[in-house]
Design a protein around this ligand. Structure first.
Ligand code: FAD
Length: 433
């Protein structure tokens, strides 16, 4: 049995943001990482397209402008600048942890996705997320100061006014325990699990958001939810399978029910989604078509092995058939408001990755900016936590009321309803403005 009391930092989530943060904590810091599922069940493992990087100084202005234009100029400019300026360092760090990107003759290859004015995305086949996350995980598992617990769920935060003193956890055996810890990092991903159709893992239900609302921690733009224009239309239940934007970046075209092109395939995601919905309404169909026969790369199977395989499972041969595609919930631009060091408005509470909103994405995320943003701001959180001695020790038992968690099924259901209702409320409020 793990003693959950002797830690300096609790990291909730084992996706790229949580893992990168753990890798950048000093060896003297005792870190506990928890995930509510298996270790390979995070959205980070699902990322297909790639990760952006500033290729050269010449591309800075264009990359900055592409990010802002996609985000409808609602982005926080200082956050965007930090992300772009840190990108080469992050890629060097990933290489240090063994991450391998596509190369030709030893030189890195760059691909392009929608709304990018130039190819600046590094990739590993069509499973970049798996390559990055599995290598980071292996590196974290070698650290003696980090403990990882699977099937362990954040239930609540222990708060003393506006100061976070720890968390309430549901352990793998079902027991509920308080953990008093000087710093808590919320790295718990997006909100796909509260939607019927989503590319996300269903257990990503915005738990941290519900707790932030409960304890008065500031949120930002939580109605900014990205719909991905192209997921595989399927009768099978479960997670929607993504057909990555890089397929369109490499030349795939969208077709209406008569096989005619009806749009520019490389529009920003929100605009392309609108075009597709409009076409579906006009055609009276439940999807549009994607033809991969126009993809320019010489070996489609080699470039997009996961996508080709998944289509085959549905009886679709991408070499001669069109692929039925439909939009689905994909990404969460809003989240728990954080500053440039990933600190929330509550003392000793940090948020990183998709759970956090540092303003990088504005109203709409530019493709392949999220892995990068998660990594950059996770490292900044680690630096900030390390700067401060863990003086926030308490084990004030009055902060923990076990009776509040007697019916956890209802408790979690209420949290999901609260998140859904708040997203709708924010959307309505914005529409009235
Ligand atoms: C299909 C798909 C393709 C994508 N492709 C790209 C791409 O090509 N490029 C790109 O930049 N981005 C892409 N993204 C987005 C990107 O993958 C995510 O934004 C990023 O990986 C989020 O990382 P994270 O660390 O914030 O969260 P995640 O990787 O989602 O991890 C969340 C973690 O939190 C845990 N958790 C959640 N709630 C609790 C709780 N209550 N208690 C304990 N643990 C909890 C989960 O179990 C999980 O371990 C894609 C996303 C999807 C779904």
């Amino acid at each position: 049995m793990v003693n959950v009391q002797n830690y300096d930092v609790l990291v909730v989530g084992t996706g790229v943001s949580g893992l990168f943060l753990a890798l950048h904590m000093p060896e003297t810091a005792r870190v506990l990482m928890i995930t509510k599922a298996d270790l390979d069940e995070s959205d980070s493992f699902l990322a297909q397209g790639g990760i952006c990087v500033l290729k050269s100084e010449d591309d800075y202005d264009a990359y900055f402008e592409d990010t802002l234009r996609a985000g409808h100029y609602e982005n926080r400019r200082d956050s965007v600048d930090i992300m772009i300026r840190s990108s080469q360092h992050v890629i060097r760090e990933l290489a240090r942890f063994g991450v391998d990107f596509a190369r030709k003759d030893g030189e890195l290859l760059f691909t392009r996705e929608g709304a990018h004015s130039a190819p600046r995305i590094l990739y590993h086949d069509d499973c970049t997320g798996k390559e990055i996350t599995s290598k980071l995980l292996t590196s974290v598992q070698k650290l003696s100061n980090v403990t990882i617990l699977e099937h362990t769920t954040l239930v609540d935060l222990l708060c003393d006014g506006n100061c976070c003193r720890g968390a309430v956890l549901q352990m793998a055996d079902g027991s509920v325990k308080p953990l008093y810890v000087p710093n808590v990092v919320l790295a718990s991903g997006g909100v796909g699990g509260v939607y019927e159709h989503s590319t996300n893992f269903p257990h990503l239900t915005g738990d941290a958001l519900a707790l932030a609302m409960k304890h008065g921690v500031e949120l930002e733009n939580i109605d900014y939810v990205q719909i991905h224009p192209t997921t595989l239309y399927s009768q099978r239940p479960g997670r929607s399978f993504l057909i990555s934007e890089s397929v369109r970046g490499e030349g795939a075209v969208l077709l209406d029910k008569n096989g005619n092109r009806f749009t520019n395939e490389l529009l920003p995601r929100d605009l392309l989604t609108q075009k597709i919905y409009k076409q579906m309404k006009k055609d009276g169909t439940r999807h549009v078509w994607l033809s991969m026969q126009t993809v320019r790369c010489p070996d489609v199977e080699k470039r997009f092995p996961t996508i080709c395989e998944r289509c085959r499972e549905e009886g679709i041969d991408v070499h001669k058939d069109w692929v039925p595609v439909v939009p689905a919930q994909h990404y969460f631009m809003g989240g728990i408001h954080v500053n440039l060091s990933s600190k929330t408005t509550m003392e000793h509470l940090y948020a990183v990755g998709e759970t956090a909103c540092n303003g990088v994405h504005g109203a709409n995320r530019l493709a392949s900016n999220s892995l990068l943003e998660s990594l950059v701001f996770a490292e900044r959180a680690a630096a900030d936590i390390s700067l401060h001695e863990p003086k926030n020790n308490t084990s004030d038992s009055s902060l923990f009321d076990p009776t509040a968690y007697e019916n956890l099924t209802q408790y979690f259901a209420d949290n999901i309803s609260a998140v859904q209702a708040e997203i709708v409320r924010q959307k309505q409020r914005r529409a009235q403005k």
